[in-house]
Design a protein around this ligand. Sequence first.
Ligand SMILES: Cc1cc2nc3c(=O)[nH]c(=O)nc-3n(C[C@H](O)[C@H](O)[C@H](O)COP(=O)(O)O)c2cc1C
Length: 209
Amino acid sequence: MADTTNVFAPEYPIMPVLTQRRSARGYTSQPVPAEVLHQVFAAAASAASCYGEQPWRFLIGTQDGSPAAYAKILDGLIEFNQAWAKKAPVLVVGVAKLHFSHDGNPNGWATFDVGQATATLAIQAAELGVQAHQMAGFAPDKLRAAFSIPEGFEPVVVFTLGYPGDLEALPEAARERELAPRTRKPLAEFLFEGQWPAPEGERYDQAPV
Ligand SMILES: Cc1cc2nc3c(=O)[nH]c(=O)nc-3n(C[C@H](O)[C@H](O)[C@H](O)COP(=O)(O)O)c2cc1C
């Protein structure tokens, strides 16, 4: 069932699922069935990637199926994130393979592509009534050690997966952020046709004329 909490109001009409995807912090205790998880990660597989490398790897821990892995991922989060993420039934580490497989050269787009795969799976999840909440607030070295992630691979994101709900159980700060208005920059601030926009006001790196 679609999540109708804090739906995003876009400037122009977009696909409803995009307005429903949100970074939920409150979750019900309902596990995410394996079939749903497979659909979510099949969506990740559909993403484009530089040279078709598919440099994403996902390490998953579930409260019910793999509690030891779940605990290790939770332990790798900063405290603020632990406080709400511990309610989510699924935690995932997104890992980038840093070199191209075809020639061994550094893949400068590896993290970009992990982002594309993660964005795609988050949309598929929302379509299935599941929300993903991405986090930069984690300790990559802790996760590397906990899972013996080899050289050449870098943990770049951790995210939750779960059915949204249960805001009452959240710490105050997390609940406030959950319900804060979902504002976005207007298109005019990030979409430029034909030329880069003129700087507003005087620039510090130019002598006054
Ligand atoms: C790369 C990335 C890192 C993020 N890190 C955190 C985090 O550490 N903790 C957190 O609570 N939210 C984190 N977020 C969630 C953002 O705050 C959230 O996406 C943003 O406020 C927009 O809200 P929405 O996703 O609900 O539209 C992160 C999101 C992304 C994409």
